[in-house]
Write a protein that binds this ligand. Structure first.
Ligand SMILES: NC(=[NH2+])NCCC[C@H](N)C(=O)O
Length: 309
């Protein structure tokens, strides 16, 4: 089947309570207002942008409860779309939304087999509530998806370990605390730290990860924290870290993902429109989405090469 004919659902994940700077709660609405759906339609996709989930602190007892409730709702929204065979673009939101996105996808895929995940990020996001120094849930989603941490994050749909350690690949890490590295090391997760990415090239690291998930998993996806990028290319994010992946390398590597029948979707998180004076980071996010989910060829190329992007 021509993968471009698969419907593409944009899921707005409006959550910011998981981060210290909560402006990323407004990312999805800002990106949709500035033409994300049209850019993907122009890139040859049948786009549906009607699914939106928003966190509601007024219904929750505390911050962790807010994030848990939000992620349960997000996972329930993602599940039928993924089951129906659509590709997904999840627009975060702080990175805690990955708990809901990938739990929903893992649940949809469970009868067929395991889910693979390529996680592009400056951080490891592998804290448990016990190990986190900041108590910020956006530093916890990978531990949760691996089955570590509080039950409200790990037990969605009644089972834990949504991602097996051997099916997770982290690329671009350069800022983390020792407890998260110890957890990931003990599980044997492959991390391409930024030194290796700088030495080998992002495309080569991404290709290695893609080959593994393609060979061993029933489906796979990409979670892209825009702080994995170099802050010169994507400055509007809450926890920027210098010396990251270039936008050009990231778009080049993502191009063609949508042609893989096992590619389930792309999540882009931690964009903060409140800091995006001039819209440079919005253009970077759009270029990433079009590269990963649009058609190959001039459309994706043109988006990546937008002057000033
Ligand atoms: N998704 C992110 N931006 N995570 C940043 C986490 C930073 C730090 N390790 C913490 O746990 O607070």
């Amino acid at each position: 089947m021509d993968q471009a004919r698969k419907p593409l659902h944009i899921v707005s994940a409006a959550v910011g309570e998981g981060a210290g700077d909560s402006g990323c709660k407004y990312a999805a609405s800002a990106l949709l207002a500035s033409g994300m759906a049209q850019a993907l339609a122009d890139a040859g996709r049948e786009v549906h942008a009607g699914t939106a989930v928003a966190s509601d602190p007024l219904q929750a007892s505390d911050r962790m409860d807010t994030i848990a409730r939000f992620n349960h709702a997000l996972a329930e929204a993602v599940l039928p779309l993924a089951r129906g065979g659509a590709q997904l673009l999840v627009l975060g939101g702080d990175h805690s939304c990955a708990i809901g996105s990938w739990s929903g996808m893992a649940q949809a895929l469970r009868p067929q087999g395991p889910l693979g995940l390529i996680w592009i990020d400056a951080h490891l996001d592998a804290h448990t509530p016990d190990s986190s120094e900041s108590n910020a849930p956006h530093g916890m989603p990978l531990a949760a998806l691996l089955g570590h941490g509080c039950a409200a994050f790990t037990q969605l749909f009644g089972w834990s370990g949504k991602i097996r350690p051997e099916h997770l690949f982290i690329i671009g890490a350069r800022s983390y605390e020792s407890a998260e590295r110890i957890l990931l090391d003990s599980l044997g997760v492959r991390v391409f730290f930024m030194e290796e990415v700088a030495r080998e090239g992002f495309e080569s690291c991404f290709a290695q990860a893609r080959e593994k998930v393609g060979a061993e998993c029933a489906g796979w996806g990409v979670s892209m924290d825009i702080d994995g990028l170099d802050p010169l290319d994507a400055p509007a994010t809450g926890t920027p870290v210098a010396h990251g992946i270039s936008l050009a390398e990231a778009t080049a590597a993502l191009r063609g993902c949508r042609d893989d029948p096992r590619f389930m979707g792309l999540e882009i998180v931690e964009y903060n429109p409140l800091h995006d004076f001039g819209g440079k980071t919005a253009r970077a996010v759009r270029a990433l989405a079009v590269a990963g989910l649009g058609q190959d060829g001039p459309a994706a190329g043109a988006a990546a090469a937008t002057p000033g992007a």
